[in-house]
Design a protein around this ligand. Sequence first.
Ligand SMILES: [Ca+2]
Ligand SMILES: [Ca+2]
Length: 189
Amino acid sequence: MERRNEIFILLFALAILFIGFTFFDGSNKTGNIPIRPSKYSIDDCNPHWFCVDSNTRAYRNANCSVSDQTDCGLNEECTNGQCVQVTHKACLNNACTIVQGPGNDECTTNTHCQQNTCTDTDGGLNYTIRGTVSGQYNGPNYTFTDYCFTVNDNLIEYYCGGTDFAMIQANCTIEVGPGSICQEGACTS
Ligand SMILES: [Ca+2]
Ligand SMILES: [Ca+2]
C-alpha cells in the first residue's frame, strides 16, 4: 500500500512539473499575436496593387482582403499591378510607327518600311542589249549593269522581279542561238 502511494505521489509531481513547463516556460505568450492566414506571405499582406490576370488588376489590403478589382481598358494589359497601354510597331506611309494595340513589330526603323523599287533600262530579260537595273533596296540605292561571265562565255543579266532586282546567268548560244557570244555585257546577235 505504501508503495502504491509513492507511485501516486511521483506521478502527481511529474504532472505538476509538466504543467509548470507548459505554462511558465519563460516566453511571453500573451499580447498581440498577428493574425494572418497561413496561405499568404508577409509580402502578400502588404497593401499593394497586383495583377489578377493579364487584363485585370486589384488591390490587396493590409488585412489580406482584396478590393477594387477592375478590368484594364481596351488595348491595355496589367503589368506589375498597373494597366499600361499595349503598342506595337508597324509600317505606315513608309515610316516605322508606334500603333496602339497588341501585335508583332513589323519594323524597328524607318528603313525597314521603305518600299523597294526597280527599273531596268533593257526592259527585262533582254540578252542582246546591255541593261542596267537601279532603284532602292531596303533603303539604300543600288545600280547593277549586265556583264559577261567568263566561264563558258556566259552573261549575267539583271532584271526586275516586281519591285526587287534579280539576276540570272544566261548562255548566249542557248538563249540567242549558235555562234552568239558575250561581248561588253550583251550577247551578240
Ligand atoms: Ca535586263
Ligand atoms: Ca540585258
